[in-house]
Design a protein around this ligand. Structure first.
Ligand code: MTE
Length: 327
């Protein structure tokens, strides 16, 4: 992965949405019926034609009902504008440029969608997305996202608790890790037509206790609407204390396994990317410093926080580890 400098297309600080503005707008939309669609939680995916006129990929498919989930933000963590969240992406299945996923993911069709859960668990199976989501609350979680390339954003995700999903499939005592795989569909994903970009499918993994941490979610939306294709439709991982590459997109397979999975970036360059990939300002990437980051929309760089600011929530899981080597 490469570092990119500020671009003209980055939003100006004045265009950034404050958390309060965003939440007030969401409440307004809900009270005017624009977000709170009439569909039962059954699918969790509602359609609101009133919004269809607005040019946003997720519009017309508001997620409802939403409950407020855990979000911990600092004073200087305004929410990154929708346009930036959906036009500055990493999703190599659609190309390696930041604008490529938004430009090339139009032909990708994330419905219908099935997820296979297999490996060391009592309830394996292949399940349609609606049934997969049905037992779970859709929560809004506003998280910082810190890419290993030293840029960051603040994104209002909509998702379900990964820990609850894990419990539902009843991992056996021998299951120590959870492995995730992205769909392979070269006919719709132009980047997958070349194996020189990455070995497909994109694979990621978490230790079982990391997957059970209350911060970990499977996201199905952002800004109250279904996930746009470029952000990993229809379902992606979001583990905000780890570098962004851990948060695998467009998941079709979840496997409970005994051995530590080999994640894609580790396979590509094991001297640069590891399995844990916890955000750590004291451990530099071999080719650049991780001490600071560029928040999309900011002019000046800011200091990177240990575990991306979530040390209180996740630090205990790594008490025994030498974090200087946990890259
Ligand atoms: N998942 C897949 N399948 N393919 C990818 O290329 N890129 C990762 C991660 N998940 C990637 C992926 C990286 S490097 C980052 S920083 C985040 O997605 C970016 O998520 P965003 O585009 O929604 O901001």
């Amino acid at each position: 992965m490469l570092i990119r400098m500020a671009r003209k297309s980055d939003p100006k600080p004045s265009e950034i949405t404050s958390r309060d503005d965003y939440l007030n707008r969401r409440k307004f939309l809900a009270s005017s019926g624009l977000v709170a669609g009439s569909m039962a939680l059954g699918s969790g995916l509602a359609s609101t034609p009133a919004q269809a006129a607005v040019e946003r990929p997720g519009v017309g498919e508001a997620l409802t009902p939403l409950v407020d989930g855990y979000s911990k933000l600092g004073d200087s963590d305004p929410i990154t504008p929708y346009d930036a969240v959906t036009s500055y992406n990493n999703f190599y299945e659609f190309g390696t440029g930041k604008e490529d996923p938004a430009e090339n993911s139009g032909p990708f069709n994330p419905r219908p969608w099935e997820i296979t859960v297999d490996g060391l668990c009592a309830n394996p199976g292949t399940i349609g997305l609606e049934d997969f989501l049905k037992p779970h609350d859709l929560e809004e979680r506003i998280y910082r996202l810190r890419c290993v390339e030293a840029w960051s954003m603040v994104v209002p995700w909509v998702g379900i608790s990964l820990g609850d999903v894990v419990k539902r499939f009843e991992p056996l005592g021998s299951a120590k890790y959870v492995q995730f795989e992205t769909i392979v569909r070269p006919e719709e994903m132009n980047g997958q037509r070349s194996r020189r970009i990455l070995p497909w499918p994109y694979v990621e993994g978490l230790r079982l206790d990391e997957a059970m941490n209350p911060l970990a979610i499977l996201a199905v939306g952002l800004y109250g609407e279904v996930l746009p294709n470029q952000n990993g439709a229809p379902i992606r991982l979001m583990v905000p204390w780890k570098y962004g590459f851990k948060s695998i997109k467009s998941i079709v397979k979840i496997s409970f396994v005994e051995g530590q999975p080999k994640n894609t970036w580790q396979v590509m360059a094991s001297s640069e990317y590891g399995f844990y990939a916890n955000v750590n300002p004291k451990v530099d990437h071999p080719r650049w410093s991780q001490a600071r980051e560029r928040r999309i929309g900011d002019f000046l760089r800011r200091e990177t926080l240990m575990f991306n600011g979530y040390e209180e929530e996740v630090g205990e899981m790594y008490a025994d580890m030498n974090l200087r080597r946990s890259y």
